[in-house]
Design a protein around this ligand. Structure first.
Ligand code: NDP
Ligand code: GDR
Length: 328
């Protein structure tokens, strides 16, 4: 039975990846931070077969202890401070967790496998935010990186550190450059879930206004369930490498709003939406669109859920969830 250790187990991707690996017959271990993490029970309920370990990406010795306990064949480093807007307000913390945290995890793996550094296969959750002010359209593995936020800068550090450990120590360390991926499990701070929750509440008469930031930003959105499959595929390759994982389509935030409101039969959506500078960013990533052809070719990976299906899936889920919460 192969064994995997996942950091960021309480997050959107951690849950989908756990389910995928459990289905594939893995023994799954998840790292959870804090002395009384409020998401502990949610993880236990959602993926009861996952073994949970205490640890924090900023604490190297906790990572070494986790490796000793889990004895993994594969490590998926998904833990991060992942909310871009928050990263300006907490730039140093973001650097410590999202950037230096990767180095800590790589170093823990290296020290744990001194006999054979390729014994553990390592996945780093890199991001399309690294492309920032895009230097090429669409963005591919070779596109020059130009991050636009402390989060993006921290991810660039983690990305190059992963490549450096691969080249320096012969580690099987891959970096997945994943474009935005969403789901009913997406945190409510991210724009897609903020919209799907608000649209459901407006439809149910529980909310009357949605306050937004920049509606012109464009993103290449996919479904998280499809994207975790790509993570696993990367670690099954004989050689470690870097891959762009994207849908190859781009849509604006406005498109997402139109589609989500249309799903509940509201066409005159503009009357419900107000923009506020509070949600504008000091530096914006205006447009992202990925070229996933290397992943198609070498991993045989293709996403199954398209934009419209993703929007309906999220709105439908929030209609149910919000109705339940309102006791309807
Ligand atoms: P989430 O924000 O949902 O999850 C982040 C996870 O990181 C949570 O489990 C969180 O734990 C954990 N974490 C935060 N700080 C620490 C720490 N100090 N030590 C250990 N764990 C910590 O992110 P997603 O699931 O959406 O994304 C997974 C990864 O993929 C992240 O690295 C993200 O940056 C990256 N990514 C995501 C994309 C997306 O569109 N979703 C696209 C590209 C990359 P807790 O719950 O305790 O806070
Ligand atoms: P992003 O996702 O920054 O791309 O990072 P987010 O959903 O936060 O923003 C997407 C775009 O929407 C615009 N926007 C708003 N965003 C939020 N959150 N709230 C609003 O009210 C709002 N109004 C407009 C933003 O300005 C932005 O242009 C996500 C995270 O998951 C990262 O961890 C990951 O690396 C990248 O995706 C790829």
């Amino acid at each position: 039975m192969p064994r995997a250790l996942i950091t960021g187990i309480t997050g959107q991707d951690g849950l989908y990846l756990s389910e995928l690996l459990l289905q594939k017959g893995y023994e799954v271990w998840g790292l959870i931070r804090g002395q009384n993490n409020p998401k502990h029970e949610m993880v236990r309920r959602t993926v009861p077969d996952v073994h949970l370990l205490a640890g924090d990406l900023t604490d190297l010795s906790s990572l070494m202890r986790a490796l000793t306990a889990a004895q993994p064949d594969e490590v998926y480093n998904l833990g991060a401070i992942s909310y871009v807007a928050y990263s300006w307000e907490n730039a140093m913390l973001t650097t410590d967790v999202t950037g230096k945290g990767v180095l800590n995890m790589l170093e823990a793996v290296r020290l744990h496998t001194l006999d054979d550094p390729s014994r553990i296969r390592f996945y780093q959750a890199s991001s399309s935010e690294m492309f920032g002010k895009v230097q090429e359209v669409p963005q591919r593995e070779s596109t020059l990186l130009w991050p636009r936020s402390p989060y993006g800068v921290a991810k660039v550090f983690g990305h190059y550190m992963t490549i450096n450990y691969r080249e320096s120590y012969g580690m099987h360390a891959s970096s997945g450059i994943l474009f935005n991926h969403e789901s009913p499990r997406r945190g409510p701070e991210f724009v897609t879930r903020k919209i799907s929750q608000a649209v459901a509440r407006i439809r149910l008469g529980l909310q009357h206004e949605l306050v937004m930031g920049n509606l012109d930003a464009k993103r290449d959105w996919g479904f998280a369930g499809d994207y975790v499959e790509a993570m696993w595929l990367m670690l099954q390759q004989p050689e470690a490498d870097d891959y762009v994982i994207a849908s190859g389509e781009t849509h604006s935030v406005r498109d997402f709003l139109v589609s989500a409101f249309a799903h509940v039969g509201i066409e005159d959506w503009e009357g419900y939406v107000r923009q506020d500078p509070r949600f504008m960013r000091p530096a914006e990533v205006d447009m992202l669109i990925g070229d996933p052809s290397k992943a198609h070719r070498e991993l045989g990976w293709k996403p199954e859920v398209n934009f419209e299906t993703l929007v309906s899936m999220m709105v439908e889920n929030d209609l149910r969830e919000q109705a339940d919460l309102a006791g309807r």
